[in-house]
Design a protein. Sequence first.
Lengths: 304, 294
Amino acid sequence: MQLVSNKLPDLSKVPTVDEVGVDERVARFQSRSIKTESKVAALKLILSMIDLTTLEGQDTPGKVRQLCQKAIHLHDAMPGLPHVAAVCVYPTMVGVARKTLGDRDINVASVATAFPSGQAPLSVKLDDTRMAVDAGASEIDMVISRGEFLAGNYGLVFDEIVAVKEACGEAHLKVILETGELGTLDRVRRASELAMHAGADFIKTSTGKIQPAATMQVTLVMLQAIRDFYYDTGRMVGMKPAGGISTAKLAVHYLVMLRETLGNAWMTPDWFRFGASSLANDVLMQLQKQATGVYQSADYFSKD
Amino acid sequence: MAAAKQKGKQRLAVAKTYKIYIGGKFPRTESARYYPLEDQQGNVIANVCRSSRKDFRNAMVAARAAQAGWAGTSAYLRGQILYRIAEMLEGRREQFVSELRLQGVPARAAEKEVDLAIDRLVYFAGWADKYQQVFSSVNPVSSAHFNFSVLEPTGVVAILAPESSGLLGLVSNIAPTIVGGNSCVVLAAESLPLSAISFAEVLHSSDVPGGVVNLLTGFRSELSGQFASHMDVNAVVYCDGGKKTAQAVQEAAADNIKRVIRRTGLNWDDDSTQHPYLVRDTQEVKTTWHPIGV
C-alpha cells in the first residue's frame, strides 16, 4: 500500500477549543422555545435521520429482521410518517437486513474495521469492510485506532482511513472517533480534522459501547470542525452523533445546534444522522402526544 | 421574641419551603407557579407549588421506572419498609400534629389523625405477606388442568387524594397501593397540602426507593384530567370530588381502559375504611392453566 500520509495536515495548527465557551454555547441551544408546529416538523425530521441500530453480541438474524420490520413499519397507526434513514448492524447481518428491507429506500449501514475497539491488523479491517460492502451495505461505519491516535501516530491513523475509504468503493464512509476515549475536546477537534482530510463522508462521535457516548459538547466541536473544513475546501461532510440520545427533547436540541452551527444545508438525512435504538419510539410517542393531546405510554408502541 | 427585641437582636424565622416530591428528589414545580395557603385568620402560612401537567409527566416517568424493581422486592421487605415508614412518622409525631393544627385542624383531632395514620401504616405493613393468600385461589375446572389465580400489581397508580383528610386520607390511599407492589403519583389535598410534603420527607428517610411514591401539590381542576388521561397510568384512584369530576375522570380513563377506583364520601377515621380490599383494588388477577398428568 502506498503511503498517503503526506497529505495529512499539520495537526499542531488545529485551533484549540475553549471548553467553558462550548459549555455555555450548548446551554444556550437548550433554552430555545420551540412552538408546536415547528416541533412536529422537527420530530418528523428526526425520524427521517435515525440510523436504527442493533450492535449486540446476542444479535440473531431474527432480531435483525425484527429491527428491519420496525424500520419499515414505524407506527402504522399514524399515517404520513417518514421512514428512518438506515438500519445499522454488524457485517454478518448485512445480508439479512438488505434482504428484509428489499428495494425500499432504507439504507443498510454496517460497522466494520474490528468494531468497536479497532484493535486488529489493517488487512483484517479491510476484509471486514469489503465483506460488508459485498453483502449490500451502502454505508460503512469504521472506528479509528484510538490507541495509535493517542500515541501520536497520526500518519498511521490517517493511512488506515484512506485505505478503508478505498475499500468502501461506492459505499459512504462514516468515521467513528470514539470521543469518550479521546479525553479532551482538543483531541476531538484534531481527530475530526484528520478524519475529514483522509476522506470521511461523515464523522461520528461514538460506538455506543463506551461512556460517555455522544454529548452536545463533543458534537458542537465536531460541527465546528465540519464548518471550518467546508470553508477551507468547499466539501461538505456529514455528522452523526451516536449513543445516549434517547429522548425526543434532546434530539430537538441537537437539531437546534445543527441549524445554528451549519445551517439549513445540513438539515437533511444526507448530512445528519442520529445513531440510536430507543430514540425512534420516544419521537413517535411525542408525535402521538401532539396529535391527541394525551401523554403516551411505551406499552402501545412496538419494540424494535 | 420580646426578650430578643430588648437586646436589640431579632432572630429571623426560617420558614420551610414546601416543594414537591418526584423520583426521590424534592424539586420545585417546573412551571414556577405557586398558590398561597392561608390559615383561618387569613395569614399566609406557606406558598405551595402549583404543579403543572409537565410535573405530572415527569413524575410518571419516575414512577414507571421504579415500578418493576419495587414489584420485584419480596413481600416481606415491602412489609418491613411500610413498618419503617410508621416508625419514622411516630418519631415526627409532634411536627405532624402542629402542622395539621396550622392548617386549621383542632388539637384533639390532629393528634388522633396522626396516631391513626401511624396505625394504618402498621396495619397495611402486616398485610404485605398475607393478602396474596387471602385473595388467591385454586379453581375447580373440568379438564386435566391445575388452575390457579394469583394477584399481580397493576403498575402505576395515579391517586387524587381525599380533600377532607390531609394526612390520614393520604396515607390510607398510598399504603395499600404500594404494599401490593405498585408505584404511584399522588395529588395532595388542595386545601390541606402541607402534611403531604412532610410525609414525603418521611418516605424519603424510610428506605422507600425513589419514584415508588411521587407527591404533587396543585389544583385538582387543572390536573385531574391529566391523571385520568395519561396513557401510562394503569389505574386511577379518585377520592371525593363531585359528579362532574367523576364523569370527567371516567371518560378520560376510558381511552386505554384504565382501572378506575372511586372512593368518595368515606370517613377515613373510621375502621370501616381499613380493610385489605383496598389492596386488591389495585391488583390484577392472573389465572394460570397448568396441564397435569394425562
